[in-house]
Design a protein around this ligand. Structure first.
Ligand SMILES: [Zn+2]
Length: 120
């Protein structure tokens, strides 16, 4: 089946009242798919969601790992990586993750203070 066939079949299902939902891993919010989304989604789920977020696949995958891995602070100390979670990272969106990564602020409250000594 090519992409056009898949889209046609899915459109038929949707027209018959079957709803399409995909689950965003790992944070569990639901995403309603259009018929044309199904073929790219089946081909590469991460690439599909990355494109929906307007991000590169690598950034999206990194965000997923970050959320699944307990959202750990990026600071490396004498005993390895900091074990505290990144400040205000619960429910962090992929876009926000990518922005904060570029900024270097994916840090816990302690390391964030050290990172920005001028901020009160
Ligand atoms: Zn830290």
């Amino acid at each position: 089946m090519n992409d056009q066939d898949i889209t046609a079949v899915v459109k038929k299902l949707v027209d018959a009242g079957i709803q399409l939902n995909a689950v965003y891993e790992p944070i569990g919010c639901s995403f309603c798919m259009r018929p044309a989304d199904v073929a790219p989604y089946l081909r590469d789920r991460d690439a599909f969601f990355a494109a929906e977020c307007g991000l590169d696949k690598a950034d999206y995958v990194e965000w997923k790992r970050f959320m699944e891995g307990g959202r750990l602070c990026g600071a490396i100390g004498p005993h390895g990586q900091c074990k505290r979670p990144v400040k205000e990272s619960a429910g962090l969106s992929p876009q926000e993750f990518t922005r904060r990564k570029a900024e270097g602020t994916l840090l816990c409250s302690v390391h964030l203070k050290a990172h920005e000594p001028t901020r009160r």
